[in-house]
Design a binder for this molecule. Structure first.
Ligand code: ACO
Length: 344
């Protein structure tokens, strides 16, 4: 169990107001890239991929049709606003968690705000790789709780296909593209909102999962100098070990901080990294299948998009409802890991 500096009980904040998730939305590209398609491109097999990862297919953007990280974000947040019966003009902040934005200047969030008509809203991007949506949700909650903003659009989106080397079978088979969004809003019901959160990073593990931009990074990471720049590089075994151990620690830490038990949690909405990683945590804690949703078979690992995509699918299916206790969990490059426990 990690004993990091923010592993402290969350102080109970007396408050006359709460924070609620007023709506959710998501968007995945139409184009399906199946394991059979990958078999035609690479020395791999459907059997190997399904057995090692649980993935059968993933969605990827078609740039020729104008699809991109930005267009997925606009659609996902637009749908979340519709779900919340709100106009974009009511948003006063947009946070987009992404590590595959089509630009760093400007932030994707600024263009998304403009395209949706969120005039006057503040907007910025947040980079925490696969942990991005959970970190952004915690940030949004803290800003609403502090009284700085009333209504925040939080999006998690990654267009992983834009940073994959489709000749590297050990990495490209894992990922897909997706966006999910939530509208976080102040409410006069003080029972609603975040109960506790955990956010951690360990930068010493960066060479296990990174996007090389310079030859110096390759040298520092001990990678061969002819490794392609701009394509995701991963030490699968090291990431697997990190994910399995941190995932369990994170569940324990979050429950401890909230003084709750596994049985009291209605849903564990988890980053979809690998079906085996999810299964190991489910078995260890005795979490029933219906409390830990898995959609990796159809969407692969969509990095910051995976948690909000699961959340939206569960809400739209009527499986997650108001008043329930929901724990969001994610881990990824950085290395980073975090949770967000809500009373909806
Ligand atoms: N098809 C067929 N064979 C393959 C493929 C493939 N797509 N990829 C690798 N192999 C081969 C390797 O070359 C190796 O062959 P060898 O023994 O002859 O050298 C063999 O399969 C075993 O390779 P490993 O890398 O040891 O396979 P492993 O069982 O570890 O599975 C995997 C690889 C699926 C990537 C696993 O390590 C994993 O899931 N790691 C976690 C990665 C992850 O979740 N990343 C997401 C990003 S961050 C996050 O979300 C946490």
């Amino acid at each position: 169990m990690s004993t990091s500096s923010n592993n402290m009980p969350t102080p109970a904040l007396p408050s006359t107001f709460g924070v609620r998730i007023a709506g959710t939305g998501s968007c995945v590209p139409d184009r399906v890239l199946s394991n059979k398609d990958l078999e035609k491109m690479l020395d791999t097999s459907d059997e190997w991929i399904v057995q090692r990862t649980g993935i059968r297919e993933r969605r990827i953007c078609d740039p020729e049709k104008g699809e991109s990280n930005r267009t997925l974000c606009v659609k996902a947040l637009g749908r979340a606003l519709e779900d919340a019966h709100m106009q974009a003009s009511e948003l006063d902040l947009i946070i987009i968690a992404t590590c595959t934005g089509e630009s760093t200047v400007p932030a994707v969030a600024c263009r998304v705000a403009a395209e949706l008509g969120a005039e006057g809203a503040a907007a910025f991007d947040l980079v925490a790789a696969c942990s991005g949506f959970v970190f952004a949700l915690n940030t949004a909650h803290a800003l609403v709780r502090a009284g700085a903003f009333n209504t925040v659009g939080v999006v998690g989106c990654d267009q992983m296909s834009s940073i994959l080397d489709y000749t590297d079978r050990s990495v490209c088979i894992l990922f897909g593209d997706a966006a999910g969004a939530a509208v976080v809003r102040v409410t006069d019901d003080p029972a609603k909102g975040l109960i506790t959160q955990c956010m951690h990073a360990d930068g010493t593990g960066w060479p296990d999962l990174y996007l090389p931009r310079h030859a110096e990074q390759l040298i520092a990471a001990g990678a061969s100098e002819d490794t392609p720049l701009g394509k995701l590089k991963m030490n699968g075994r090291a990431v697997y070990k990190f994910a399995v151990s941190r995932f369990s620690e994170l569940i324990e830490e979050t429950l401890q901080k909230a003084n709750l038990t596994v049985e009291q949690i209605d849903h564990f909405v988890c980053h979809q990294s690998n079906a085996r990683i999810l299964e190991s945590a489910r078995e260890r804690f005795g979490i029933p299948e219906e409390k830990m949703y898995v959609n990796i078979d159809h969407y692969g690992n969509s990095s910051a998009g995976s948690v909000p995509l699961c959340f939206d699918q569960l809400r739209q299916a009527g499986k997650i409802t108001d008043g329930q206790l929901v724990m969001f969990l994610a881990f990824g490059a950085g290395l980073t890991w975090g949770s967000s426990l809500w009373r909806l």
